[in-house]
Design a protein around this ligand. Structure first.
Ligand code: NAP
Ligand code: GDD
Length: 329
């Protein structure tokens, strides 16, 4: 039975990847950091089918010990400070987790067992002020946030360790991917949660920042499949994973409100607080290489993604699930 370690298993992608790997017949280890209250909401429904181990990307010894004791065949490094605005308010911490954390885990792999196959969660945020449209594996980076800068470091250190130590290390340059498990601070879930609340009479407005920003939004379960495919090839490589379609934040709002028969213009208010010091105006990926080499393609359209997220939020509110309202994001 192959064994995989997932850092960031409590996050959106970690939870979907764990479920996917269990179905593929893997023994799954999930690294969790110590918190004063348990935050296992996304993994509770399959917690009895994974082994949770305590560790932190800030702590090298914890990473070495986990690899030595549990001997995984594959490591998926998904843990990061992943919210772009927080990277301006906590730039050093973001660099520690999201940049140097990658070196810590790569070094642990190199020292404990260089045969481990390694996946790094790189990001389309690295393209930032885009140099070409659409963005492919060959597009130069121009990050626009401390988060993007940290991800560029993580991307290149992964390639450097592959070339220096002959590791099977891959970097997946994933464009935005969403789901009902997305953190509420990210714009898609912020919108669908607000639409559900407004429809059910629990809220009356939705305050957003830049409505013109464009993203290539896909469905998270499709994207974790691509991570696994990258580690099953003859040779390690880097891949763009995207839908190839771009939509604005406004278009996302239009679609989400339309689904519940409401007009977005009556509820959406632009608020300076949610504007960023430097913006990534437009992302759209070219997933040709992933299609040709991995046989990967997305299965959920933009319209379906919006609708499944609105439906899930309405269902959650009807079940009285406590969906917190966030004021800072
Ligand atoms: P997420 O929901 O924010 O999850 C992040 C995970 O990292 C959580 O499990 C978190 O644990 C863990 N973590 C944070 N700091 C850690 C540390 N110091 N040590 C150990 N664990 C730590 O992110 P996601 O959307 O699943 O994304 C997964 C990865 O893909 C991230 O690296 C993200 O930057 C990258 N990415 C995401 C997208 C996207 O659109 N979702 C696109 C491109 C790349 P807690 O639960 O304890 O906070
Ligand atoms: N969060 C948020 N809140 N974003 C808003 C808002 C708002 O109120 N109003 C407008 N936006 C715009 C942002 O300015 C940005 O241009 C866009 O919506 C998307 O923002 P997020 O959903 O926060 O995602 P992101 O693109 O910054 O980052 C996500 O995708 C990256 C891949 O490109 C994260 O998942 C990153 O971790 C990931 O690497």
């Amino acid at each position: 039975m192959p064994k995989a370690l997932i850092t960031g298993i409590t996050g959106q992608d970690g939870s979907y990847l764990a479920e996917f790997l269990i179905k593929q017949g893997y023994e799954v280890l999930g690294m969790v950091r110590r918190t004063s209250t348990i935050n296992f909401d996304r993994i509770r429904h399959f917690q009895d089918r994974v082994t949770l181990v305590q560790g932190d990307l800030l702590d090298q010894v914890s990473l070495l010990n986990i690899l030595e004791e549990h001997k995984p065949d594959e490591v998926y490094n998904l843990a990061a400070q992943s919210f772009v605005p927080t990277s301006w308010t906590q730039p050093v911490l973001t660099g520690e987790f999201t940049a140097l954390g990658v070196t810590r885990i790569l070094d642990a792999v190199r020292l404990v067992n260089p045969k481990i196959r390694f996946y790094q969660a790189s990001s389309s945020e690295m393209f930032g002020k885009v140099r070409e449209v659409p963005q492919s594996e060959a597009t130069p980076f121009y990050p626009r946030s401390p988060y993007g800068v940290a991800k560029v470091y993580g991307h290149w250190i992964t390639i450097n360790y592959r070339e220096s130590y002959d590791l099977y290390a891959c970097s997946g340059i994933l464009f935005n991917h969403e789901s009902p498990r997305r953190g509420l601070e990210f714009v898609t879930h912020k919108i669908t949660n607000a639409v559900a609340r407004i429809k059910l009479g629990l809220d009356s407005e939705l305050r957003l920042g830049n409505l013109d920003a464009r993203r290539d939004w896909g469905y998270a379960p499709d994207y974790v499949r691509a991570m696994w495919l990258m580690l099953q090839q003859d040779a390690p490589d880097d891949y763009v994973i995207a839908t190839g379609e771009t939509h604005s934040v406004q278009e996302f709002c239009e679609e989400a409100f339309r689904f519940v028969d409401l007009d977005w213009r009556e509820y959406v208010v632009q608020d300076e607080r949610f504007m960023r010091p430097a913006e990534v105006d437009m992302l759209v990926g070219d997933p040709t290489k992933a299609g040709e080499t991995l046989g990967w393609e997305p299965s959920v359209t933009f319209g379906d993604l919006v609708r499944l997220m609105v439906e899930a939020d309405i269902e959650a509110l009807k079940r009285n699930a406590r969906v917190p309202h966030l004021d800072y994001a």
